[in-house]
Design a protein. Structure first.
Ligand code: FBP
Length: 540
């Protein structure tokens, strides 16, 4: 096969994990205290009458016992994240070690595979091709949401038809919330099939007291930070342009924050702070213009500015516009022109919408994803800012208040990192999560998420556990209905990573303190260095 030297070398890498997970037949799960939910306990208890309140589970080693062969399914759900293949490898090794007659079925293209019983039997030769490799293409992924009674019935049919003992859903907060609903549904229908989840998303917002990090974040942030540092050094070398870099991260700015900690850009917006301070689009533009004016007084007509892709939704004026657009678009029976939409908006939103460049207005009108999210990946906020900053600087120039030269170069760092080759951290983390998820399944546990904690220590000391998904849930309004979902974790403005950033950022504005973390390393002294966010969080 046409593999690069690095791909071949990574195929040989043996992920490291806690020895407690080494012999599948010797793993025992010890029950902790009964649990409740993050919020809205009574409501959630009513929605999950069969599974609410299950105990947390810790892992220990015992005398090995005999296990009958198991048939386990796996689904990759949502956007790809580095390490997905290793979850499957970890599961495969665990179930086939437990009993060589066990089977692992990979459902094709996300939840659709479950609905349509489209799957592939994963054998040792297939799995061997994907060890420590980026991408989700071993079985594919998808964003279909399982929500209607007919869809739940279809999933049940598939599981019964294939006589599945267990199913693992690898996904973000929405997919894991769905895993819990499927687990409850199966229990209610007295199916033997267990359903458990694994925490995936580069956005790192599936996080809480139990889940220390979601997989893929470490690699994706490293990959973006490498590019941002290169752009920063390009800026200071060529001295002629401002690079406006939008990075992925839909509802939370964890990626932007980590990239800022790694690279020290002149400016980085954190969506959660923008929201907290009620910073409007015009305020954001003014902040950028001030920076450019100040730097030009020092002869610096260049720089690097980082923004999270979710920024548009955090600015209260744009957020209000998007909320009203969501309503209008959800209830529209046919497609509406920009003019027709403008007429339906309240006067304040209409004015903002009218003043937006055509490209951005069109991007805001795009269809929402199956979970009701605005597709912020397609909203070119960096171009919007460059346009608005440029007009304001032109005005200031006329008034004699700005004498510099401005050239803004837009960049979007998004999809290129979601399938990057997983860092050692993500390779170890996902392989371990796969083994933990398989252990939960093979020991008859259902409605749990697989976790590993103590992640700033060597991988052999990471602590495996299973926590009931209901523990992380609250009630949120989705599509006009109350729904039990896992609470997303946004950037905590009191937390250690943001505090560290807030202390240092003033000095990055005018001084060029750019920092290069370099390319993700797989060997050598820096190969196992974890994200700064994780290090800072663990240090408190
Ligand atoms: P997940 O939450 O499914 O992991 O996806 C997150 C993400 O990568 C966001 O950062 C981004 O906005 C979005 O996916 C893009 O989604 P799509 O692939 O549907 O364009």
């Amino acid at each position: 096969r046409n593999l690069s030297a690095l791909q071949r070398a990574r195929l040989q890498y043996n992920p490291r994990y806690n020895p407690v997970l080494a012999d599948p037949a010797a793993v025992v799960l010890q029950q902790g205290q009964p649990t409740t939910a993050a919020f809205d306990q009574d409501h959630i208890a009513k929605l999950f009458p069969n599974l609410y309140g299950q105990p947390s589970l810790s892992f220990a080693k015992h005398v090995p016992s005999h296990f009958e062969p198991k048939t386990v399914g796996v689904v990759l759900s949502g956007g790809p994240a580095p390490g997905g293949h290793n979850v499957i490898c970890g599961m495969f090794d665990f179930v086939s070690n437990l009993n060589p007659n066990s089977k692992l079925l990979g459902f094709r293209n996300g939840p659709d595979g479950l609905l349509n019983a489209e799957y592939v039997l994963l054998d040792a030769d297939t799995v061997a091709l994907y060890r420590n490799q980026g991408g989700f293409h071993m079985i594919g992924s998808g964003r279909t949401k399982i929500e209607t009674p007919a869809q739940f019935d279809a999933v049940r049919n598939t599981v019964e038809q294939l006589d599945l003992d267990a199913l693992v859903i690898v996904g973000g907060d929405d997919s894991n919330s769905n895993a819990m609903k499927i687990a409850e549904h199966f229990k209610q229908h007295q199916l033997k099939c267990c359903v458990n989840g694994a925490p995936k998303t580069i956005d790192n917002d599936l996080r809480n007291a139990q889940v220390q990090v979601s997989f893929g974040f470490d690699t994706a942030a490293k990959s973006y930070a490498e590019s941002i540092a290169s752009l920063a050094f390009d800026a200071v070398s060529a001295r002629k342009a401002y690079h406006f870099v939008r990075v992925m991260g839909r509802s939370a700015s964890h990626i932007a924050l980590e990239c800022a900690l790694q690279t020290h850009p002149n400016l980085c917006f954190i969506g959660e702070e923008v929201k907290h301070n009620s910073t409007t689009l015009l305020d954001v533009v003014r902040t950028v213009v001030d920076l450019i004016q100040q730097r030009s007084l020092q002869g610096k007509n260049y720089g690097v500015i980082v923004l999270p892709e979710g920024l548009v939704e955090f600015m209260p004026d744009v957020e209000a516009l998007i909320a009203e657009l969501n309503e209008i678009l959800a209830h529209a029976e046919r497609s509406l022109s920009r003019q027709q939409i403008t007429e339906k908006l309240n006067p304040r939103n209409a004015e903002l919408f009218r003043n937006l460049p055509d490209a951005i207005a069109n991007q805001l009108m795009l269809e929402r994803d199956p979970h009701g999210n605005v597709q912020v990946a397609k909203i070119e906020a960096e171009r919007l800012l460059i346009g608005m900053v440029s007009s304001r600087l032109a005005m200031l120039k006329k008034e004699g208040l700005y004498k510099g030269k401005f050239s803004g170069v837009p960049h979007y760092l998004g999809y290129e990192a979601r399938c990057a080759m997983p860092s050692n951290f993500d390779a170890n983390y996902t392989y371990g999560l796969g083994r933990v998820a398989a252990a939960l399944c093979c020991n008859g546990k259902t409605g749990y998420i697989a976790t590993l904690s103590n992640l700033t220590k060597p991988a052999e000391e990471w602590v495996p556990a299973g926590f009931p998904l209901t523990m992380m849930m609250n009630i949120e309004r989705r599509h006009g209905k109350d729904s039990a979902v896992i609470k997303k974790m946004l950037v905590d403005l009191q937390g250690a990573p943001f505090t560290d950033f807030a202390l240092k950022r003033e000095s990055w504005k005018l001084n060029d303190e750019y920092r290069s973390p370099g390319t993700t390393q797989f060997w050598g002294p820096t190969a196992d260095v974890v994200s700064m966010s994780l290090q800072l969080e663990a240090s408190v």
